[in-house]
Write a protein that binds this ligand. Structure first.
Ligand code: BGC
Length: 416
């Protein structure tokens, strides 16, 4: 008895000893839908295989606004997580606070400079030093469609222009189904809006209005046309949309209740998790009028300064794992996005991912590659938030005229 308990104690001590050597990584993210959770589980697996302890810090809320609020309070109280899902210009803002860790040693050892498109590497750096590790490239200007619903409604193929789209939506309505699955949260309204601006005005106009926030473009007739089109889309959504999560809207398309959804390709993660096959069960097509353009949204993890040496080691391993080929493949197969690491083999990816990959390269050459404003890639978080609110107010209140909608958005865009 005594002998046994001594043995048990020895075992317990050894386990405790090795746990102390393993570093803990606390990772703040907002990947909580079916497809998203499957994707992040792959990162956890890789870190655990390296002997580290994964501390999951998931904050539900699509688009990440809730996660951003929680992150602020943790950093302000001097207790940041090891890594947090932060992207675009917000990375620079956090870096300017002096709270991000320098990842140059890992980036140099793993040759990130030669493995990343320059436009992406630049976003991951502050003052020339890497402070974040990129995960993927999501395309935002997609339109998802249920093939069986289109067939039932007599719609042949995905509409390519907004006129074709509205004709198709009418047919779906007549067939007694919901033309557009929409979720009622401001970032979802904004996601649809940016695709409309891109489709109505083209990539150059999108750059001027949504990236440079040029007042002339923002107050132009093209912007008015975009708002008219945007409002018309709303008339094809169902009355239960307000408050609905994006993945529940995707589920309506998956379950043949609705025909279309405008959403980035994280929606594909939901189709994949439900066992659906593109080209057969569902169609992925560029939003009307946007086939030659690509709104990119790069997910990334910024790393925070930590004191504990084993935690720092685990953090470095996390950064290396994120850019490693194993993770880049398995994560993106589940997430609906494409690898951000260059020269990855695409043979395991489906046709939507292959199209995304091809269009990413082609639009980069042709000038159609633009950052997503709705997903934190184009402007400061303050301007983004203000424009998002103005767009959402317009969407939710049919009494706001198009002229006032234009004015409100232009005014919001002047927010510093
Ligand atoms: C993120 C995606 C995420 C989506 C829904 C986007 O802003 O980039 O990774 O799946 O929001 O939460």
């Amino acid at each position: 008895m005594l002998k046994l308990s001594k043995l048990a104690m020895a075992v317990a001590l050894t386990v405790a000893g090795s746990a102390a050597l393993a570093g803990e990584v606390e990772v703040l993210h907002y990947w909580t839908s079916g497809g998203e959770a499957k994707s992040v589980a792959e990162l956890k697996k890789i870190m655990q295989a390296k002997g580290h302890v994964w501390k999951d810090f998931a904050v539900a809320g699509g688009g990440g606004d809730n996660a951003a609020t929680v992150l602020k309070s943790r950093v302000v109280s001097g207790n940041p997580p090891a890594a947090a899902q932060i992207k675009g210009p917000a990375i620079q803002e956090w870096a300017a606070e002096g709270v991000l860790a320098n990842l140059d040693a890992v980036a140099k050892a793993e040759q990130w400079d030669s493995l990343l498109p320059k436009v992406v590497a630049d976003v991951m750096k502050s003052k020339g030093n890497y402070v974040a590790a990129p995960v993927n490239v999501h395309r935002v200007n997609w339109m998802w469609a249920n093939a069986a619903v289109l067939k039932k409604a007599g719609v042949t193929g995905a509409p390519k222009s907004w006129d074709e789209f509205f004709a198709a939506a009418e047919k779906v309505k007549k067939a007694g189904l919901i033309p557009v699955a929409h979720g009622g949260q401001n970032w979802q309204d904004f996601t649809t809006f940016e695709s409309v601006v891109l489709g109505v005005g083209g990539a150059k106009f999108y750059q001027d209005a949504m990236v440079k926030l040029d007042q002339k473009a923002l107050t132009s007739a093209t912007m008015a046309k975009s708002l008219e089109t945007f409002r018309k889309i709303k008339s094809f959504t169902d009355p239960a949309a307000p408050g609905r999560d994006w993945n529940l809207a995707t589920a309506m398309v998956i379950q043949e209740k609705a025909a279309f959804q405008f959403m980035g390709d994280w929606a594909k993660g939901e189709f994949s998790a439900a066992g659906k096959v593109p080209g057969k069960d569902y169609i992925c097509a560029a939003a009307p009028g946007t086939a030659n353009a690509y709104t990119f949204n790069v997910d990334s993890f910024a790393m925070f300064k930590l004191k504990d040496a084993t935690a720092q080691k685990a953090q470095g391993d996390l950064a290396a794992a994120i850019m490693g080929p194993e993770f880049q493949e398995v994560f993106n197969l589940n997430k609906g996005s494409i690898p951000v690491r260059l020269n990855m083999k695409m043979d395991k990816f489906d046709d939507c991912a292959k199209l995304s990959s091809k269009d990413f390269v082609e639009t980069a050459k042709g000038g159609g590659l633009v950052p997503s404003i709705a997903h934190g890639m184009a402007v400061s978080p303050a301007a983004e938030g203000a424009i998002k609110d103005a767009v959402s107010q317009f969407w939710n209140d049919d009494k706001i005229s198009v002229a006032d909608g234009v004015k409100n958005i232009a005014k919001a865009a002047a927010t510093k």
